[in-house]
Design a protein. Structure first.
Length: 394
């Protein structure tokens, strides 16, 4: 069924104003039900204390875990609820890296996000791990054939991939990468920070061993929330680099035992209100349907791309033969920061993506920054046209 956009917008406090929000790829507008879930728990903490409030919230937290599992077509014991996507990614990444030896290799992509790339460089500095950045194909996607050739090297011990590039509409071929990694028995870590809540995700179809994501972007959940999928068969092979009394049990004065499920990647102190809000946000995405969400988001983004192509001086900067709701562009006469300020004055919210966040691909394009418009299903055709018209009249 088509999405009831009027009802969705009525339930979104941020849509009540005359501001047009195109920063869903940074932090989306939460629906009222998510805000209510967070506030209700904070009120409960104020009334009965954090520990008692958490005890009462435990069924809701486990419901969030089950909902995230449904979102990914996974099992609940394969889900860790954590503070953000960076924590999720690093928990998985370093659990593998600590098993590697100097000279072992990690294969990654040119769309890699800065936080991931910095961790890779740390692994190179601290562990002697070599970084193998796989070239892009003619469309700007990771070249899967080149990856498959590199994976013939027995020194490659991990494959990491950014599913959706943060600075443009590129969608990398995650399932093809998963098949290449599985064929060689190499663990595969997928950064789904920009795809969770925007695209359907099935971890078995993708073939990843780990998947990291955030709550605040296209899922429309609270900030300070994220999750990690850790495949049950893979989890037992790797111990997190950071453990506490939740991820492990202190069994003797000089001994401990690590949990057997994905919660080994969690820590005891957690944002309970945020986790409850995340569950409500995931449930809404499941209720609306990820296929319907993707269809509308891409349709609106393609409308924006078409309108931008009509404006003198504006150049689209999206990559890939499959695109999503993130639209990147530059203007021959105006720097990206100036465009952001000018549009903000017109109550239109967009952002920038710079070479500091996606250095490989930005340097390939010879760019320091682009304007980034994160379109989502709750935007309207009128808002898209308003953005394009504002650019036309700069």
């Amino acid at each position: 069924m088509p999405l009831d956009i009027d009802a969705i917008r009525r339930e979104t406090p941020g849509c009540a104003s005359d501001r047009a929000h195109f920063l869903h790829c940074g932090a989306s507008l939460p629906p009222a039900r998510v805000v209510r879930a967070v506030k209700d728990h904070l009120d409960l903490e104020a009334a009965v204390g954090g520990y008692e409030a958490e005890r009462r919230a435990e069924p809701g937290i486990e419901a969030t875990r089950r909902s995230v599992a449904r979102l990914l077509s996974a099992a609940a014991d394969e889900i860790a609820l954590v503070e953000n996507a960076t924590i999720a990614w690093n928990q998985a990444f370093w659990s593998v890296v600590w098993t590697l030896r100097p000279g072992d290799r990690v294969a990654t992509c040119r769309a890699d996000y800065a936080s991931n790339a910095i961790s890779l460089l740390q692994a190179k500095r601290r562990r002697g791990v070599e970084i193998d950045v796989i070239p892009d194909d003619a469309h700007g996607r990771i070249d899967v054939e080149a990856l498959a050739r590199r994976l013939e090297d027995d020194r490659v011990k991990l494959v990491t991939l950014t599913h959706v590039a943060t600075g443009n509409g590129l969608v990398n071929p995650a399932e093809e990468v998963g098949r290449a990694a599985r064929a060689r028995g190499i663990p595969f870590l997928l950064d789904a920070c920009q795809s969770a809540g925007q695209l359907p995700l099935d971890v078995d179809a993708i073939g990843c061993d780990f998947l990291s994501a955030t709550g605040r972007k296209h899922l429309r959940g609270p900030r300070g929330t994220g999750f990690l999928y850790a495949r049950r068969d893979t989890t037992a092979r790797y111990e997190p680099a950071t453990l506490d009394l939740l991820g492990a049990t202190w069994t003797d004065v000089d001994a401990y035992a690590v949990r057997g499920d994905a919660r080994r990647y969690e820590t005891w102190e957690r944002n309970v209100a945020g986790m409850l809000g995340l569950g409500v946000a995931v449930d809404l995405a499941l209720e609306l349907g990820l296929d319907a969400i993707e269809e509308r988001s891409v349709r609106l983004a393609d409308r924006l791309r078409a309108r931008l192509a009509e404006i003198d001086g504006v150049e689209g900067r999206d990559l890939g033969d499959r695109r999503c709701g993130i639209v990147a562009f530059t203007h021959a006469a105006h720097e990206p920061d100036r465009i952001v300020r000018a549009l903000a004055a017109r109550k239109i919210e967009v952002g920038t993506s710079t070479v500091l966040s996606t250095r490989h691909q930005m340097e390939d394009l010879g760019l320091d920054a682009v304007v980034r418009a994160g379109v989502h299903y709750l935007n309207t055709e009128e808002e898209v046209d308003r953005l394009a018209e504002a650019l036309r009249t700069l």
